[in-house]
Design a protein around this ligand. Structure first.
Ligand code: KIV
Length: 271
């Protein structure tokens, strides 16, 4: 039996074991109870309550506007659905940068009010103090390097990061640093596959990629994107597993037609 099949509840220890045994880690985003139930039933290892909720759930252009209270609401909904998956919650923009005490308070609120299993935050050395302080409370921390959407106004674009040697070296340093602090895992977003594979090989902790090739220890995608719900978002790294936009559109159109024509409800669909 594989590590994956044996697992009753995914823990940081289990994820480390997966890396050690070469078992890939699966991770997808979840923001609500119903979707999280399906993800958990499917056997996903990690559900990320990502601040991408700001985009896919709330319709904002960036991840910056989502608040800590809103993240806690999404996370609590996900936690109520889950029996096996490990649930990591993004610390939203403004809840941890530059103030380690605030970072600890934000992380504690996520753990206490939502019942989350760990937190994720973006950045390397610059968020070191926040990472250290959160870890002192026994809260598992996942790092996030490469394209870090909370810094979109610094980068200016959502293009591939760390293509140049200097930025690539800095990323490796940051990854090593986060591991040395005690992060249990790191997400690498939109960086060259060769660099991501190098980081995964260098670090002992699991490295999860999104747009970072196949040489890492696991993969993450935004669930709404891989289900094809967001028909405008089609980057090269995205594999679309279902065209739910078209399927849902058809279902809604059929319902509207049935209501208008008086076909719904029929004799069997009433009391
Ligand atoms: O918020 C999010 O969905 C993320 C993933 C893209 C890794 O951080």
């Amino acid at each position: 039996m594989s590590v994956h099949q044996e697992v009753k509840r995914v823990t940081t220890h289990i994820m480390q074991e997966m890396k050690n045994k070469g078992v890939k880690i699966s991770m997808l985003t979840g923001y609500d109870y119903s979707m999280a139930r399906i993800l958990d039933d499917a056997g996903i290892d990690i559900i990320l309550v990502g601040d991408s909720a700001s985009n896919v759930m709330a319709g904002h252009e960036t991840t910056l506007p989502i608040t800590l209270d809103q993240m806690i609401y999404h996370a609590a909904s996900v936690i109520r659905a889950v029996s096996r998956s490990f649930v990591v919650v993004d610390l939203p923009f403004g809840s941890y940068q530059g103030d380690s005490k605030k970072a600890l308070n934000s992380a504690i609120r996520i753990m206490k009010e939502a019942g989350a299993h760990g937190v994720k935050l973006e950045g390397g050395m610059e968020v070191g103090e926040s990472v250290k302080r959160i870890l002192t409370a026994g809260i598992p921390v996942m790092g996030h390097l490469g394209l870090t959407p909370q810094s979109i106004y610094k980068f200016g674009t959502y293009t591939v990061r760390a293509k140049e040697e200097e930025e690539a070296n800095r990323l490796i340093e940051d990854a090593r640093y986060l591991e040395s602090l005690g992060c249990f895992s790191i997400v690498l977003e939109k960086i060259p596959a060769v660099l991501a594979a190098k980081v995964a090989k260098t670090l002992t902790i699991p490295v999860i990629g999104i747009g970072a090739g196949n040489g890492v220890d696991g993969q993450v995608l935004v669930t709404h994107d891989m289900l094809g719900i967001n028909k405008e978002f089609r980057p090269r790294f995205l594999r679309i597993y279902e065209d739910l936009y078209s399927k849902m559109l058809q279902a809604f159109e059929k319902y509207i037609q049935d209501v208008k024509s008086g076909d719904f409800p029929n004799q069997d669909e009433q009391y």
